[in-house]
Each structure stands twice: as structure tokens, then as C-alpha cells.
Design a protein around this ligand. Structure first.
Ligand SMILES: Nc1nc2c(ncn2[C@@H]2O[C@H](COP(=O)(O)OP(=O)(O)OP(=O)(O)O)[C@@H](O)[C@H]2O)c(=O)[nH]1
Ligand SMILES: Nc1nc2c(ncn2[C@@H]2O[C@H](COP(=O)(O)OP(=O)(O)OP(=O)(O)O)[C@@H](O)[C@H]2O)c(=O)[nH]1
Length: 461
């Protein structure tokens, strides 16, 4: 087993499956007010770096947190002050960044010091953004200090929540306040009936062997399922038991009916492919391995990727291949299917049944990765290492950086990078490649998008 394999295995336990996207809570405040201590308190463990030195730069800036069953991502913006000059400017930058990327801002003030000019300036920025703000009056270690917190009403952003990050005093109340400021959780995306059989689309150009494979898989089974929507009387799906599980093969009627309607085959085939994809979670794209890859094969694969479904490639009619054809097939795959290098590949024969049983494990892997989530702290450790080992090339005297990354969704995994400038396509492809090397994602497309923070130009009035 290689080192990379070991990392992969280790990670597999760490990845959460099918988790819903979590909103971002950004922690803002002057140096030394106790932001890191508070973040640790929120996480319930010592993970963020706490230093007694103001303005200590941190590598890891984002963490997964959970309170009363609600998940969110905590971002400590304290570490991001690369080019800002002077304390006031630096904090202002931090606040702007926070309101850009967060759903809720947790503003930390040192109650023993009281509101400073810098704090007032931050309030201005936060208030203008319209984002919900939770005000933490920190270092209220005992009842005697409560009046320090009360004084912070003067900031005009609502109730100061008196807390002691160090001793944990009232941190539950603070988290309750954060929770109630979070947006309503989006209902989890469902594909068909919750907990029902997973939906598989068996697609491929005409004559590659779709109905032969379907017959092989279904065997004696003929559990035909009526259309859920009830718009048609036609049975469209089939439930098939494979590998100890029931699977829902969508639009099998389309596959079986094909023999009867040969007119306008291309147009209908495309339409049917799209509608099967819309209703499925994973696509098995069947290719006739005995022939050269066709334009249409590549188009179907691209359609699957664009529709964000998990993908398994099945090379059929393997019984017809000789050594020479196998050699050429490998080269064709290398050259023409590089956009789907990550898809599991099974070489089968629907006629003889060769390796047909390998389809199910491949489908399961693809589905699992399709719904996987990388823990935020892990993602940001990865990016901080990547960015320092392979910084973006300097362009016109500027060097865009990835400040922070979050996984915004699953099915398929979607990543959002918060950057200080436009990342070149080449660098984005590099990032995607490295993400795959690090986290696997076999069988699933991944989406990487950028949120560029514009550098504020002139002074505000
Ligand atoms: N008495 C008291 N001290 C605290 C409390 N919270 C934090 N501190 C202390 O304040 C100091 C600064 O805490 P940090 O959490 O590093 O502050 P920070 O805001 O993250 O600081 P930067 O890294 O400079 O941005 C540390 O010595 C903490 O132990 C608190 O509730 N009460
Ligand atoms: N040698 C060999 N022939 C196969 C295999 N699978 C399918 N065929 C043959 O390929 C032809 C097309 O198979 P079908 O299963 O009808 O293909 P299809 O993709 O459903 O075709 P359409 O209905 O046109 O979309 C038939 O003559 C099959 O017998 C295989 O694994 N090996």
C-alpha cells in the first residue's frame, strides 16, 4: 500500500456523507480581545491557536462547529491582514471581509477595555452591510464585570452578550444568539423518496448494449415501477436487486422500447438521456469497447459531468476485444476521455456476463464520493499548504491568494474559494487536480468556484 493510499483510507473515515451545506459565522475583533479563545470555546476543543501576542497570524482559519444539532462554519478572520497598514485599517479590512463571506458576524469586544474608536469604526462597516451581528462582550469573568458589558449598549448594535471565553461563562447563551441569527436551514435536497432505492441511469449511444445489460442485470426480475408523478400510465423505472440492495433503474422503458421506434433516433436518444439524467443520481455510461470511441460517446459523458451526476464508465462487448484493440482503446481513453479520468471504469460483457458484478461496487463508490464533505479545517490546512508550496504566479505585480475555502455543497461536492484576486484558469485546474489527489472523489464531478474580494479603492466619505 502506498503512502497516498493510506492517506486516502484515513480520510475516508473523516469525510462525512451527504451533509447539508453549513452557513459561515465570521469572528471579528481587535487583536487580543479573545477571538481565538472564543473560537476554541465554540468548537469545544483547543484547536485554534491562542497566543498572548496580539495579531498572531494563523494558518488555519476555518472550522466546523455544531450547536444544538445545527452545523455552521466558524471563520476566524484574525489571521488575514497581509497588506493592511496600521491597526485601524487592518481591522476595517477584516470586517469588510467578514461581511462579504459570512452569513452572521460575531463581533468580539474586550469589555474590560470598553468600546474603542477602532470598535466604532468596525460597527460602521458591519451595520452598513445589513448582516446579522452578534455582539460578544468578552472577558466578563465574574458578576462584578457585568457592568462593563452593559456599557457596550452604546455601540448601538443591540444587546452585548456578556461572556468569558476563558472560563466558558455564558458561552451557551452566546451560541444560542448565533444560532437564532443564522438563516433558516435549506431543506435537504432529495432525489425521489427519501431513503428509497438509489437511482441509476443506464445510458449510451444506440447499439452499445443497454438493453442487453439491463436484461442481464434484471435476470428474472421484472419489478416495474410506475411513474411517481403519475403523468403517464407508462411504467418507466425498474427496481432491480443487485449486491444485496435494491436499485432503481430510471427510464428502463425507454431502453426497452427503443427497438420499436427507429425514426429520429438521435434526437430522441439525446432527449431521453437528458431526462434519465435529470431523474438519476448516478449514470452508468455504456460504451462499445469493440469500436472506436465516437463523438456521441464523448458528448454523453460531458452531459453527465455538466449535469453534476456521479459517473461510472462501462466498456461493453469486452468479449469481442483482441489485444490490439485493447491497446488502441487505452490510447483513445487517454486522449479523449481526460475530462472523466476520475470515473471508475469497468470492462464488461453483457453477453457473457463477464465482470458485470463489478458494476455495483463502482456505482457505490461513485455515489459515496458524490455525497462526501471535506471537514472545513482539513480543507483549509490543505489550501494553506498548497498556496505556500505553489503560490499563484505574480501577474502585473499582483499575486492573488486563496484566503479561505469552504465546501458549499454536496451531490456533487462544490467548493467556494474566497480569493484576493482573479485566479487564472490554469491555476484553478491545478487546484482541482490537487483536490482530487488529496481527497479522492473517484466517480464524482467536483465544482470549484471563486468569490473574489474586490480591493476597495478610494476612501469612503
Ligand atoms: N480574563 C480573560 N482573559 C481572556 C478571555 N478570553 C481571552 N483571554 C485572554 O486574552 C488573550 C488574547 O486571547 P486570544 O484569544 O489570543 O485573542 P485574539 O483576539 O484571538 O487575538 P489575536 O490573535 O491578536 O487576534 C489571551 O491571553 C487569552 O487568554 C476571557 O474571557 N477572560
Ligand atoms: N459480442 C457482444 N455483443 C453484445 C454485447 N452486448 C450487446 N451486444 C449486442 O449488441 C447489439 C446491441 O445491443 P442492445 O442491447 O440492443 O443495445 P442498446 O444499447 O440497447 O441499443 P439501442 O436499443 O439501439 O439503444 C445486440 O446485437 C447485442 O446482442 C456484448 O457484451 N458482447
Amino acid at each position: 500500500m502506498t503512502h497516498a493510499d493510506m492517506i486516502g483510507d484515513d480520510l475516508r473515515d473523516d469525510l462525512e456523507r451527504d451533509a447539508a451545506p453549513s452557513p459561515v459565522v465570521a469572528v471579528v475583533g481587535r487583536p487580543n480581545v479573545g477571538k481565538s479563545t472564543l473560537v476554541n470555546r465554540i468548537l469545544g476543543r483547543r484547536e485554534a491557536v491562542v497566543e498572548d501576542v496580539p495579531g498572531v497570524t494563523r494558518d488555519r482559519v476555518a472550522y466546523d462547529a455544531e450547536w444544538r444539532g445545527r452545523r455552521f462554519t466558524v471563520v476566524d478572520t484574525g489571521g488575514w491582514l497581509p497588506d493592511a497598514v496600521g491597526l485601524a485599517a487592518a481591522i476595517a479590512e477584516q470586517a469588510r471581509l467578514a461581511v462579504e463571506l459570512a452569513e452572521v458576524v460575531l463581533f468580539v469586544v474586550d469589555a474590560t477595555v470598553g468600546a474603542t474608536d477602532v470598535d466604532e469604526a468596525v460597527v460602521e462597516i458591519l451595520r452598513r452591510s445589513g448582516k446579522p451581528i452578534v455582539l460578544a462582550a468578552n472577558k466578563v469573568d465574574d458578576i462584578g464585570a457585568e457592568s462593563d458589558a452593559t456599557a457596550l449598549w452604546s455601540l448601538g448594535i443591540g444587546e452585548p452578550m456578556a461572556v468569558s471565553a476563558l472560563h466558558g461563562r455564558a458561552s451557551g447563551d452566546l451560541l444560542d444568539a448565533v444560532l437564532s441569527a443564522l438563516p433558516e436551514p435549506a431543506p435537504p435536497e432529495t432525489f425521489g423518496e427519501a431513503g428509497g432505492p438509489r437511482r441509476v441511469a443506464l445510458i449510451g449511444r444506440p447499439n452499445v448494449g443497454k438493453s442487453s445489460l439491463l436484461n442481464k442485470l434484471a435476470g428474472e426480475q421484472r419489478a416495474v415501477v410506475d411513474d411517481v408523478a403519475g403523468t403517464t400510465r407508462d411504467p418507466v423505472d425498474e427496481l432491480i436487486d443487485l449486491g444485496g440492495k435494491t436499485w432503481r433503474f430510471v427510464d428502463t422503458a425507454g431502453i426497452r422500447r427503443r427497438h420499436r421506434e427507429n425514426q429520429g433516433a438521435d434526437f430522441y436518444a439525446t432527449l431521453r438521456t437528458q431526462s434519465a439524467l435529470d431523474r438519476s443520481e448516478v449514470a452508468v455510461v455504456l460504451v462499445d469497447a469493440s469500436e472506436s470511441l465516437a463523438e456521441q460517446d464523448l458528448r454523453i459523458v460531458s452531459t453527465v459531468i455538466e449535469s453534476g451526476r456521479a459517473l461510472v464508465l462501462a466498456f461493453n462487448k469486452w468479449d469481442l476485444l483482441d489485444e490490439e484493440r485493447r491497446f488502441y482503446l487505452d490510447r483513445e481513453i487517454d486522449r479523449q476521455l481526460h475530462n472523466a479520468r476520475w470515473a471508475p471504469r469497468v470492462n464488461i460483457s453483457a453477453r457473457t456476463g463477464r465482470h458485470v458484478e463489478k458494476l455495483v461496487p463502482a456505482i457505490e463508490t461513485a455515489l459515496e464520493n458524490w455525497g462526501s464533505r471535506v471537514p472545513t479545517a482539513r480543507l483549509n490546512t490543505f489550501f494553506s499548504e498548497l498556496v505556500s508550496a505553489h503560490p499563484h504566479p505574480v501577474r502585473g505585480g499582483k499575486q492573488p491568494r486563496v484566503l479561505f475555502a469552504t465546501q458549499a455543497g454536496v451531490r456533487p461536492p462544490k467548493f467556494v474559494l474566497f480569493t484576493s484576486g482573479f485566479l487564472e484558469p490554469g491555476y484553478r485546474r491545478f487546484i482541482e487536480r490537487r483536490l482530487r489527489e488529496e481527497f479522492g472523489f473517484e466517480g464524482t464531478p467536483i465544482e470549484v468556484s471563486m468569490k473574489i474580494r474586490e480591493k476597495r479603492g478610494g476612501k469612503k466619505k
